[in-house]
Design a protein around this ligand. Structure first.
Ligand code: SAH
Length: 394
């Protein structure tokens, strides 16, 4: 077993059970990609077992802080069963569920979503790549399913020095899948969609949005960065008369219209626009349009803290425009999925946007990812999605 020795004083975060070891914290030790290593402090005392990743800044990711534990099939089986047991205790109103959420489930780099009877997994790191066959088998065993599609094409693979890999890992069949979320029939494509095909993290916020649209009687709704229209279906279910869905992706927009039809809503109530959302907000403002509710769910503007400042300006700009576009008393559901922007900073950004717009409002909900994307106490980076529901002053 190879050992990775940390520099003196660099053991603090591991002792607090944060699972990452950065390149600069290592005094000596090397291993092959994904190999299990013993991480030890400056005096050689055990800290954790981890997976070595020679080309990543995050050089080791901890699997276990228990010296007696072996990182073998039984270990992965235990972790997977624990993750499934947690989901079984959570309120999840969907047949689409995030079963494994990386670090938060003690499996750094592994993302597994279940869509009905199909699993879709992302092996993001050298450690998960090395144990892929074992993990795939265990996932199918633990769920009793037979189909597993691999979507290991996220940007993090490049940082790990791993090529993109996609395709059926076990079983096969159509990659177009259907799930039931709340009362809605939604479809996705595990091969062609973003991430593993769908944004499960917004599930509960979509239901909440439907309830607010109904409570307030919102008629005209604008859904910016709509992807395949989850919030569009929610708005229609909430009784909106007309929803305009905006995204820069044409295939995503095609699916918006399919989902509207599939859920029995009149096609005349839904319009889509392939455009830059920021530009669209400006154009509608200039044209004097007003909306009763607006959703802003942009992609990650700040992947890390280093991008936070520029991202903050971009968030502020779209929020300012949206607050201006809202009718008096209108509802804004605004999100950031940037790890580099915390909830407090996001709050400040939206407050700054309101100030610049000369608009006042009340925060009526603080929003986060659905609970099958757990946040653990020792991994603050896990808190990536945050949002606010703001009621503009009437
Ligand atoms: N709200 C969606 C998820 C949004 S993900 C849901 O509930 O499913 C972010 C979306 O922003 C993606 O669909 C992406 O295509 C889109 N996007 C990225 N840049 C954009 C831009 N400049 N203008 C409009 N859409 C953009």
């Amino acid at each position: 077993m190879k050992s990775i020795r940390l520099r003196d004083g660099k053991d603090r975060s591991l002792r607090r059970r944060h699972p990452w070891v950065f390149e600069g914290s290592i005094a000596k030790g090397k291993a092959d990609p994904g190999e299990t290593v013993r991480i030890e402090d400056g005096e050689g005392r055990f800290l954790a077992w981890g997976a070595y990743s020679p080309s990543s800044m995050i050089r080791v990711r901890a699997w276990s802080f228990d010296e007696a534990e072996r990182i073998d099939a039984a270990f992965f089986g235990r972790r997977i069963r624990t993750a499934l047991a947690l989901r079984a205790r959570l309120p999840i109103a969907s047949s689409g569920v995030r079963l494994v959420h990386g670090e938060a489930d003690g499996l750094p780099g592994l993302i597994v979503d279940r869509y009905g009877d199909t699993l879709c997994a992302q092996f993001g790191t050298a450690g998960t790549e090395r144990h892929k066959p074992v993990i795939a088998e265990l996932l199918l065993q633990a769920t009793g399913l037979s189909r597993l599609y691999e979507r290991s094409d996220a940007g993090v693979r490049r940082l790990e020095g791993l090529p993109a890999q996609t395709g059926w890992l076990r079983g096969d069949g159509p990659t177009e899948l259907a799930i039931t979320e709340h009362d809605w029939q939604l479809t996705l494509d595990v091969a062609a969609g973003h991430k593993t095909g769908f944004y499960l993290d917004q599930r509960d916020n979509r239901a909440l949005f439907a309830r607010w649209v109904r409570r307030l009687g919102c008629r005209e709704v604008l859904n910016c960065y709509c992807y395949t229209g989850g919030f569009t279906v929610a708005a229609l279910a909430g009784g909106a008369a007309q929803v305009l869905s905006v995204d820069s992706s044409a295939p995503a927009l095609q699916r918006v219209q399919a989902q509207v039809a599939q859920n029995g809503f009149d096609a005349a109530r839904s319009a889509v626009l392939e455009a830059d959302a920021n530009q669209c907000l400006r154009d509608h403002l200039q044209a004097g349009r007003r909306f009763d509710a607006i959703v802003l769910d942009p992609p990650k503007f700040a992947p890390t803290v280093a991008h936070a400042e520029r991202a903050a300006r971009a968030y502020k700009d779209i929020n300012r425009l949206a607050l201006l576009l809202l009718a008096p008393g209108g509802l804004l559901f605004t999100f950031s999925c940037s790890g580099g922007i915390g909830p407090e900073l996001f709050h400040k950004i939206v407050a700054g946007a309101a100030h610049d717009a000369g608009v006042d409002g009340a925060i009526v909900e603080r929003l986060a990812a659905a609970p099958d994307h757990p946040q653990t106490l020792n991994f603050p980076e896990g808190e990536y999605l945050k949002g606010l529901a703001v009621l503009k002053a009437a």
